[in-house]
Write a protein that binds this ligand. Structure first.
Ligand code: AMP
Length: 281
């Protein structure tokens, strides 16, 4: 396992792998690794000769400076955790990725403007910009993204399609704690009682799914019933509940095809997102 802090050294390693015709699996992360990240890394391990993990808390994708400041950073523990499954860990500092004068910005329309994009202006541009940079540096055969960040996964897929990048984007299922809470690096910032409150997010998603599968087709009715459930829980503010078609990610009034229900919620100072896929047959 090699730890690279600069791009030049990483490219040297990548070029060596490429000359040997090795396939490269790449997992971009912001660290504070948990089982959600590990599931993606293990998937990549099975499907590629060389596994590259990046750990970079990308300031460009934080629209809230406080959130950036408080984002958990556990680099030494992270490296220990993946030492035996990754071949290369890329841990650049901010200047390495954004040297003075950096000016590029990737905007993927219309996906980056809706859903999370509306509530976190600039978030997806920052994400797409760094992911494209990391793709150019690591030249992966396959790159792995969790469906926990459903919209991010779709945006990266569109970016690859729009820009003809020769990379296969592989989606990974959302890993959850036994309680149902979606694993997230931000969970460490939740107190014990906040964590209890957060359970309502997945419970509500499951209820929404059940309501649809029982035949309710009116999206607003489903959202209303879900809101009734969340309003009973104190100390959690729901930012949005949205129902979007899985095929085109458009918001739907009448549910006639497979959909994804998405929630964003604020508990204290921590903002959490989660989603559930609903297949009609
Ligand atoms: P992050 O470090 O939060 O930027 O996440 C890095 C990658 O891990 C992204 O592709 C996320 O979607 C994915 N990821 C985060 N949490 C989970 C989870 N609970 N299950 C599966 N993948 C996840």
């Amino acid at each position: 396992m090699t730890v690279c802090k600069n791009i030049k050294k990483l490219i040297f390693k990548i070029n060596k792998a490429k000359t040997n015709h090795n396939s490269i699996g790449f997992i971009p992360t912001m660290g504070a690794l948990h089982k959600g990240h590990l599931s993606l890394i293990q998937k990549a391990r099975k499907e590629n000769d060389v596994v590259v993990v990046s750990i970079f808390v990308n300031p460009k994708q934080f629209n809230n400076p406080e959130d950036l400041k408080r984002y958990p950073r556990t680099i030494e523990r992270d490296v220990d955790l993946i030492r035996d499954i990754a071949d290369i860990i890329f841990i650049p500092d901010t200047e390495e990725i954004y040297p003075k004068g950096f000016g590029a910005n990737i905007h993927i329309s219309p996906l980056a403007d809706v859903g999370e994009g509306k509530y976190r202006p600039g978030h997806f541009d920052g994400m797409a910009t760094v992911v494209l940079k990391l793709f150019h540096i690591t030249q992966p055969t396959r790159a792995y993204f969790g469906k926990k960040d459903y919209q991010q996964y779709l945006i990266v897929k569109q970016m690859v399609r729009d820009l003809h990048l020769p990379i296969k984007i592989v989606g990974g299922e959302t890993m959850r704690e036994e309680s149902g809470l979606a694993m997230s690096s931000r969970n460490v910032r939740l107190s014990h009682s906040d964590k209890e409150k957060a359970l309502i997010i997945y419970q509500t998603l499951q209820q929404g799914k059940e309501i649809i599968q029982q035949g309710e087709q009116n999206a607003q009715n489903v959202i209303k019933k879900m809101t009734d459930i969340t309003e009973r829980e104190e100390g959690i503010t729901i930012e949005y509940i949205e129902i979007r078609n899985m095929s085109d990610f458009l918001e739907t009034d009448e549910i006639t095809e497979d959909v994804v229900i998405l929630i964003a919620a604020q508990i204290g100072e921590v903002r959490l997102i989660d989603n559930i896929e609903v297949h009609l047959s």
